[in-house]
Design a protein around this ligand. Structure first.
Ligand SMILES: Cc1cc2nc3c(=O)[nH]c(=O)nc-3n(C[C@H](O)[C@H](O)[C@H](O)COP(=O)(O)O)c2cc1C
Length: 184
């Protein structure tokens, strides 16, 4: 799996006309929101790694306002994201409050989600961030999920095995840097 990720990074280098020694830069650029999940169990070690990455995320005043709920139970996970592939895990990031009005904590939870998202891809898994199911989670699944009292889900990350493909064909297009970036 790691070998395929490396080959894919080198492929992106070639596509982007980067010298081979810039493969680390290419690696930083080749993440994408997976669609091509395949069935396959995740090991506890894989899940521990991505959770540790979430715990390592930066937060305002190092407040670390998050709680991580790792949903491995497939029946429960399918009530949240119905089309998951067998073995996918959903990692729900929650924080104290209603999940909508606690602005700084929501940003922190978003950063934790991004850290999980990137860590999963760094170890050869696929990942995708979701907010679509969050209102339904907060309406009817808080107790089934055992969220801490007074907490609401903010965002979730789906993690699972993927059919490896090169990032250039997997990622959606992006706006041009020239339209987004100002250097002074
Ligand atoms: C805050 C946030 C919420 C998202 N919510 C959903 C979602 O509810 N359902 C979904 O399929 N994808 C969701 N996505 C994934 C985005 O659609 C995806 O990251 C974007 O299309 C870029 O995809 P790419 O990196 O593969 O090009 C979400 C992403 C973010 C950052």
């Amino acid at each position: 799996m790691k070998k395929i990720a490396l080959v894919s990074a080198v492929f992106v280098c070639v596509l982007m006309n980067l010298p081979a020694q810039d493969s680390r830069a290419a690696f930083a650029l080749n993440h994408y929101a997976a669609r091509n999940f395949i069935a396959g169990a995740l090991s506890t070690a894989e899940l521990d790694t991505v959770i540790q990455a979430g715990i390592r995320a930066p937060s305002a005043r190092n407040g670390q306002p998050w709680h991580f709920t790792v949903v491995r139970n497939q029946a429960l996970a399918k009530r949240i994201v119905p089309d998951i592939a067998d073995g996918n895990a959903l990692i729900i990031v929650s924080a104290s409050g209603d999940g909508k009005t606690n602005g700084a904590e929501i940003l922190d939870c978003g950063l934790a989600a991004e850290s999980i998202y990137l860590a999963a891809q760094a170890i050869g898994l696929g990942s995708r961030i979701y907010t679509g199911p969050i209102d339904a989670v907060n309406r009817s699944l808080k107790s089934d999920l055992g969220l801490p009292a007074g907490y609401s889900a903010v965002v979730l990350v789906r993690v699972g095995k993927v059919q490896q493909v090169d990032a250039a064909s997997a990622a959606s297009s992006r706006k041009a840097a020239s339209a987004l970036v100002t250097y002074k």
